[in-house]
Ligand binder design. Structure first.
Ligand code: KMH
Ligand code: ZN
Length: 274
């Protein structure tokens, strides 16, 4: 276990709206500022979704290019493009921005219910996304929303389509997928090959509890408006950085420091910068 903690900021998402969360960043400069603040608070991975100025989700490369430039101009956070996009998007739409060559991209390993919707990730969809990730030399983060997705990870490893060690993200608490419980987190964490690293993204009110468990277990943490908009019950968070600051405080209490950016890159097996 590495004592250093990887913190991912998922600050935009595809589903949350500005009427639900007035501080949600939408324009490139807003996203750039939000990710700079999160980076300065201790986040080292920036998970990115695209939005049009009116808030509609988009995965188009113009939006991702503008976000990437706005973030890069302000901080060296590792940029991780979503390939999940929003529910209902077609696979080509979801992966069009990968040609911009982000350092990381997500890869969800199965279909699950997502509230009233279905988040579609059949094996053909997974293969299409993985091929595109490989084509552009991008490092994947494997997103696990439910137990069966761990079996798909094993299948991809057994076929040599992916090779451990890789980085996982356990997304726990999506309505219709695995619940945000200590039992599920422990089961997921012990089900992946040794040497792999993992993060937990606790959805909604379970975000801080799941983060605290992951910190104690030697895992890593994702926070942000994509997963949770409240700082505490009844109180909206006024920025994504606020969540990162809280995670850093909890981590320090148990002897873990946020990873400096070059250490984070090493832990994620990314090429080091010059
Ligand atoms: N918006 C969710 C349906 C990802 O970024 O890779 C899917 C999602 C996963 O957010
Ligand atoms: Zn996402």
């Amino acid at each position: 276990m590495s004592d250093e903690l990887l913190i991912t900021v998922a600050g935009v998402g595809a589903e949350v709206t500005r009427s639900q969360q007035p501080s949600l960043p939408l324009l490139p400069d807003e996203v750039g500022e939000e990710y700079r603040r999160a980076y300065e608070a201790g986040a080292t991975i920036g998970h990115m979704h695209g939005r049009r100025p009116d808030g509609a989700p988009t995965q188009d490369k113009e939006t991702f290019g503008a976000y990437a430039a706005a973030i890069r101009a302000r901080c060296p956070i590792v940029q991780q493009f979503s390939t999940g996009g929003a529910v209902g998007m077609g696979v080509e739409e979801r992966i069009e921005a990968l040609e911009l060559g982000p350092e990381m991209a997500t890869l969800t390993l199965g279909t699950c219910n997502f509230g009233d919707d279905v988040f579609e990730n059949s094996l053909p969809t997974i293969r299409t996304i993985l091929d595109r990730i490989k084509k552009f030399g991008i490092t994947p983060e494997l997103e696990i929303f439910d137990n069966g997705m761990l079996a798909t990870a094993d299948f991809l490893f057994s076929k040599g389509l992916l090779s451990p060690p890789v980085h996982f993200d356990f997304v726990l608490g999506v309505p219709g997928a695995a619940a945000a419980t200590v039992e599920n987190l422990a089961h997921f964490a012990r089900s992946i090959p040794s040497g792999c690293t993992w993060t937990v993204a606790g959805i909604g009110r379970r975000q801080t509890a799941m983060a605290t468990m992951a910190i104690a277990m030697g895992g890593h943490v994702r926070v942000g408006f994509e997963d949770n908009i409240y700082y505490r019950k009844g109180e909206l968070a006024d920025s994504n950085a606020r969540f990162v600051e809280r995670v850093v405080r909890i981590a320090r209490e148990v002897g873990r420091e946020p990873a400096p950016i070059e250490k984070a890159r090493e832990m994620l097996r990314l090429p080091l910068t010059a």
